[in-house]
Write a protein that binds this ligand. Structure first.
Ligand code: GLU
Length: 485
């Protein structure tokens, strides 16, 4: 069975690059009926905190990248945490010492500094390497902490056939007797990673290509352990449009920021997949299609460039593909925390569905949908003061009051009839639709830009529409022009 993993370090939030690495692994697992393992690499205590690990889990949950195993926590699977697996790393490291392929190193920080200083003083241009002080010694002092280092043969080269990048070979001369386990018992990244990938039976290691340099030492560890290594897939970076490393200046770098800005998880997955993977020139994919079509040979070998406009387009397309039920659910979730919203209207399916339907053709994000329809869920709209100043003149207000009377005089509340009656009424006054629609839109929604007048009337219904038309006009008449309506 295929087993893949995502192994983030909890150093902040889940950024787009990390999410894409997780996605590729997850897609492979799902397409092969395999297992997706999540492992939090939290052994570097100084750089990690619990909130970061939680943010990563929250991001993966939101994206729907579910993991399949881990220690049980409250009836659910937690991910694996490296900090809870120290005994395992110790066991593997001591095994290597016992087999003579690794050794105890009792060198103190002072000794190492002296060796480094001597190297600098010698004028050598070669980078400093640990000089093997304890490589062949067995006069181990008692009760003293020690690190465990791998005995590295610096001849030859170490290489692998990368699933994304093809053949990579790196001379062993670039290596040294590196530390596997520190004297405080914590594994260094390469060792913890290999021990875990091995004991979790991972067969494809997917990670960012900034980790290419870590693969040769990891392969040396597999060799020392006498195990076949897994396969590796190093995924190229995501760059900005101008080719720089993607940063806050170019994009919302954290996945959760996209959630908070009203993006849909399926849109984020779709866009991330397309950043570095392709299937002909198709741009829009459902999650199911991604699972069906994903293949390593179609992951690009060079860095992808983040394009905010394309991302928005993908988002807008997914927004329009949602069923009315799901959209209502998402909008409800997005709006629920807004205290000004009247729970009665938020619970009213007819109003909510109608309002959402008026917004989705223009909006790109859930946040825009929520902002467009909020007027229908509030007891009174929030009035935009510049829209009020621009459109609610004395004459316009008088017209709104008359329009309310017209609405009440109609025998039925039916959209077609409403539109015809309004047009006749305007014709008789020699007025354009615009002369009515703009002030009416402001009175009904508080905004100058929103849906069409008749759509808005339909959302609000007769009573609320007339009430808003009259009270907006009334507020203005009573000199409340400056005060909030
Ligand atoms: N923990 C590493 C990181 O977050 C990834 C290691 C790996 O995937 O092998 O960069």
């Amino acid at each position: 069975m295929v087993r893949v993993r995502f192994a983030p370090s909890p150093t902040g939030y889940l950024h787009l690059g990390g999410a894409r690495t997780a996605l590729f692994s997850w897609l492979w697992a799902r397409s092969q009926g395999g297992r997706f393992v999540l492992r939090i690499e939290d052994t570097d205590r100084a750089r990690h905190d619990e909130a970061s690990a939680e943010a990563i889990l929250e991001s993966l949950r939101w994206l729907g990248l579910d993991w399949d195993e881990g220690p049980e926590v409250g009836g659910d699977f937690g991910p694996y945490f490296q900090s809870e697996r120290q005994a395992i790393y110790r066991q593997f490291a001591e095994q290597l010492v016992a087999r003579g392929v690794a050794y105890r190193c009792y060198a103190t920080a002072e000794e190492l500094k002296a060796a480094r200083d001597a190297h600098t003083a010698s004028g050598s241009k070669a980078p400093f390497k640990y000089p093997g002080i304890w490589r062949d010694r067995t006069d181990w002092p008692e009760h003293q902490p020690y690190a465990i280092r791998l005995k590295v043969d610096e001849r030859g080269q170490t290489g692998w056939n990368d699933l994304v990048k093809g053949r990579i070979d790196i001379p062993n001369q670039t290596q040294q007797d590196f530390i596997l386990l520190r004297s405080d018992g914590l594994p260094l990244y390469n060792f913890g990673c290999v021990v875990d990938d091995l004991s979790m039976k991972i067969d494809i290691v997917t990670r960012g290509d900034d980790h290419v340099i870590n693969t040769p030492p990891q392969l040396l560890i597999y060799e020392a352990l006498g195990h076949e290594p897994p396969r590796f897939a190093h995924v190229p970076m995501i760059l900005s449009q101008s080719g720089e490393k993607l940063s806050k200046r170019h994009a919302a770098v954290s996945v959760l920021e996209y959630r908070d800005a009203g993006y849909l998880p399926e849109a984020v997955l779709n866009y991330l997949a397309r950043l570095g993977w392709s299937h002909g020139d198709q741009e829009i994919f459902s999650k199911e299609e991604l699972i069906r079509l994903f293949a390593w040979e179609n992951v690009g070998t060079s860095a992808a460039r983040y394009d905010a406009k394309k991302f928005l387009h993908v988002q807008a397309t997914h927004l329009r593909r949602q069923s009315p039920q799901r959209l209502a659910e998402l909008v409800r979730a997005a709006i629920r925390s807004d205290e000004a919203v009247d729970a009665r209207w938020l619970a009213d399916n007819v109003t909510l569905d109608k309002a959402i339907a008026t917004a989705t053709s223009r909006a790109t994000t859930l946040e825009e949908v929520a902002n467009t329809i909020r007027y229908a869920l509030l007891p009174r709209p929030h009035y935009d003061s510049s829209a009020v100043a621009k459109f609610l003149s004395e004459a316009a207000c008088a017209l709104l009051v008359e329009f309310a009377a017209l609405l009440e005089s109609l025998p039925t509340w039916e959209l077609g009839a409403l539109e015809t009656a309004t047009q006749d009424w305007l014709d008789a006054r020699n007025l354009s639709m615009k002369a009515l629609a703009q002030p009416a839109r402001v009175a009904l929604t508080g905004q100058s830009k929103n849906a069409g007048l008749f759509e808005i009337l339909d959302v609000l219904g007769l009573e609320r529409s007339c009430d808003r038309l009259r009270s907006a006009a009334q507020a203005l008449r009573s000199g409340a022009e400056e005060a909030p309506l």
